[in-house]
Design a protein around this ligand. Sequence first.
Ligand code: SAH
Length: 233
Amino acid sequence: MHYTLEPIGTIRSPYQEKFGIPRQPALAPSAPVSLVLHPPYNQPDCVRGLDAFSHVWLTFVFHETLARGWQPLVRPPRLGGNSKVGVFASRATHRPNGLGLSLVALKDIDTRDGVTLHLGGADLLDGTPVLDIKPYIPFVEAKPEARGGFVDGPPPQLSVQWQPKALADLHAWPQAPSWLAALIDEVLAQDPRPAYQDDPARVYGIRLADCDVRFTVQGQLACVLEIITPAQN
Ligand code: SAH
């Protein structure tokens, strides 16, 4: 049996490539992410009552990686990229039906022109197709006593230091979004490097909000070297 699913909306987010996106929601709360609903779902009636909920579940398609298929075993970054677990014991993007599930904060619902949900802390690529929205129901779904397998507890964080050049780059861009510096701090603190890489000389680049953020990681310290902003391109 096959099913055809139609997206009900599209994500707009500052994450323009997979690299650098936090590995779960809530890890980078400064990211301003919105969900723009498509017709015929972009009518206020479809979201009536939703504003009473602080969080929603989003079901979405890992559209960027869908074509690469899946494997029975995956190497979660939290296990250092060495140990394997079953695909169904992981949140890996490469899975049989390519479906993602994120619990995100619902900050605001704008129904002035269609329907746009403003979300907090989403781990979603710009352009992600969303299949469904459901309110989060804390009394049934919050399980503080639950066991978290190999992801019991938040990941270790890096300290983030800015070189004067990087600060100057941002200040020289008049249209720099007010949240961008905080988002860069949050994204780099997650240590976005692939698990098996530890080369202190290597300069990484993350595309974020139309900028190229260049940084290195030495030990537990991420160092922002420069920000190539649209003003420089
Ligand atoms: N919370 C989700 C996602 C976990 S995997 C879930 O549990 O299902 C998180 C990774 O998904 C991020 O690091 C990002 O690189 C990737 N991702 C986000 N949006 C994507 C998309 N549209 N296509 C492919 N990968 C995506």
